[in-house]
Write a protein that binds this ligand. Structure first.
Ligand code: HEM
Length: 548
């Protein structure tokens, strides 16, 4: 009787323990139990949020939960989401660290500034390059100015000129593809110099191949980010949740970038000193080489980067470069696509924008001598200058249409996870222990109807203070809630580059063309972390507007 009852008792004890650990503690006793649940299973299991992510429905589902339940919600047993300025301040300005979720962004097996978890290591990497991405550098770099001229006047505008048509049933082009080429050429020119950068605008065949490699991997990070242990466990038994061709695509993209790095380093050693073309200066790579040298001399073995960047400088530079060209081209291209889509639906707004752009001195109007339909001429920008960067930056309509596009169509609308610090922190009215995953998503932050009335409407005048009638308080709130580039120490390092580049492209294009919508099927933005149009396309017709 006694022998029989011991196993029974042990079984009951185990059952009670499991009941406590998996039901009673998470639902009623854990500090997280006070936070409203986005789904009734959230305290017990992460299955609901993982499944929501797998189906690419996270942004809209979490947004709906915030509207229902308030600014701090629970997504899983150990995961929260925040959606107000106070939460952003605590998590992002408060320096909460990144975690395993970002390791997928390591390249060549070594971390980059974006993927590294801890702030000290991050700060040491950021120090090397933050200066070259500062606003003052955007406005004064001779290399960037020359690169922009070549890309706009020798590559982009000739392509648009040759495709342009004044007739409603005339030629249409996939402008999303063209914007991807433009932004790749911009960022790689700044990283490697014109000589060693991409020329995707003119090399359409390779551009398409590269973009295919880049996009075919899109849905697979889910497995390593959301179910890393199951993914590794199954891999051990040769069950690959991520197909091997994704690894092949990664390897080819890495090899392509490594080649750019190698040829840039060789150029610096062999011919940079005699090169008169400032556009060939590899600004970012040069800054990294100098930064690594400085860190080595100043700190050597005691550096926080001793075991990574200083030990593997070539791989670390390549890892940084591929991360920046990926982050730098896709986000800016998505923004340009939605901006040109919105403008194409509003011809009077295009006219107002064009009138504003033509006030620039010099403006970007093509002169009759260089407006030919040719895209193999490398010297046709002699008569063309770029406008003064400060004057460009302060054009109100241009600024407003860009800001509104970044608000409504944020290129990174998805959750940016961080980890709560030990021993604890406070989020809203809740005391939260260390080690909890917490994030915010621009998709929700940008849709607060109190701050942005009719949030689903693309209304550029919200950014024009002489037109919107906002009070000072409303203006400040609008600016505080703008979160397209994130905030705090890990905010986008390329935000100034992106703003400058996009304004230059829009100015060059809309000074010279009217754009008409031809086919926008699938333009709706997907749901996910970095996302663009579902169709990955947008067909516009370009109509040349000639000098009056
Ligand atoms: C419209 C264009 C862009 C948007 C909307 C954008 C948005 C963002 C956002 C939201 C983050 C934070 C992501 C997170 O923490 O999960 C970020 C980080 C980053 N972005 Fe951008 N970005 C843009 C353009 C660029 C460009 C042109 C570059 C080129 C260098 C760039 C490089 C980076 C890097 C390196 C980080 C990581 C920063 C760090 O961890 O310190 N981005 N970006």
């Amino acid at each position: 009787m006694l022998l029989l009852s011991i196993p029974v008792l042990a079984f009951i004890a185990l059952l009670l323990l499991a009941l406590y650990k998996f039901i009673i503690y998470p639902a009623f006793i854990s500090p997280l139990s006070k936070v409203p649940n986005a789904h009734w299973t959230a305290p017990f299991s992460p299955a609901w949020i993982i499944w929501t992510r797998f189906r690419a429905q996270e942004n809209r589902t979490v947004h709906a939960a915030h509207l229902r339940l308030g600014p701090v919600i629970r997504l899983g047993p150990n995961e929260l989401s925040v959606n107000d300025v106070a939460g952003l301040k605590t998590v992002y300005a408060g320096g909460f660290e990144k975690g395993e979720w970002y390791s997928i962004f390591d390249n060549y097996g070594v971390p980059c500034m974006f993927s590294v978890w801890h702030s000290r290591e991050h700060a040491a990497r950021k120090r090397m390059i933050s200066n070259v991405y500062s606003k003052s550098m955007m406005h004064s770099s001779p290399a960037l100015e020359r690169q922009a001229k070549v890309i706009l006047y020798d590559r982009l505008l000739p392509i648009l000129c040759s495709s342009s048509s004044a007739f409603p049933n005339g030629n249409a082009i996939d402008i999303h593809d063209i914007w991807n080429g433009t932004t790749m050429d911009f960022i790689t020119a700044y990283q490697f110099g014109l000589k060693n950068s991409s020329n995707f605008l003119q090399d359409e065949t390779y551009r398409r191949h590269w973009m295919y490699l880049y996009h075919c991997r899109k849905t697979y990070p889910f497995f390593a980010q959301e179910i890393p242990r199951l993914t590794s466990f199954l891999k051990f038994f040769h069950i690959h949740l991520v197909p091997t061709w994704v690894d092949d695509a990664n390897r080819e993209l890495e090899a392509w970038t490594q080649e750019r790095c190698n040829s840039t380093v060789a150029y610096l050693k062999e011919s940079a000193a005699d090169d008169k073309d400032v556009g060939n200066e590899p600004v970012v790579l040069g800054a990294m080489l100098a930064g690594i040298e400085k860190e080595k001399k100043a700190k050597g073995d005691t550096s926080v980067l001793a075991d990574t960047t200083l030990k593997y400088p070539e791989l670390s530079i390549a890892s940084e470069m591929i991360d920046q060209l990926a982050a730098g081209h896709e986000t800016s291209a998505i923004t340009l696509t939605y901006l040109s889509w919105q403008l194409s639906k509003n011809l009077p707004l295009q006219d107002a924008l064009r009138a504003e752009l033509l006030t620039l001195s010099p403006n970007m109007l093509l002169t009759s001598s260089n407006s030919h339909n040719n895209n193999n001429n490398n010297n046709n920008n002699n008569n063309n200058n770029l406008p003064n960067p400060k004057a460009l930056d302060s054009l109100p309509i241009l600024h407003a249409v860009l800001m509104e596009t970044l608000r409504l169509h944020a290129a990174i609308p998805g959750n940016q996870p961080r980890v709560t610090p030990y021993p604890a922190c406070t989020l809203g009215p809740y005391a939260i222990p260390g080690g909890v995953r917490v994030g915010a998503q621009a998709h929700s932050v940008h849709r607060n109807p109190v701050i942005y009335p009719e949030p689903e409407k693309w209304e550029y005048t919200r950014w024009m203070d002489d037109r919107n009638g906002y009070t000072e308080e409303q203006r400040q709130a609008r600016d505080r809630w703008f979160w397209a580039f994130s905030s705090g120490g890990r905010m986008c390092i390329g935000s100034n580059f992106a703003m400058h580049e996009i304004k230059l492209v829009v100015a060059a294009v809309y000074s010279n063309f009217r754009t008409h919508l031809v086919d926008d099927e699938g333009i709706e933005q997907m749901d996910g972390y970095t996302v663009g149009p579902r169709s990955n396309k947008l067909f516009l017709r370009f109509e040349r507007v000639l000098e009056q």
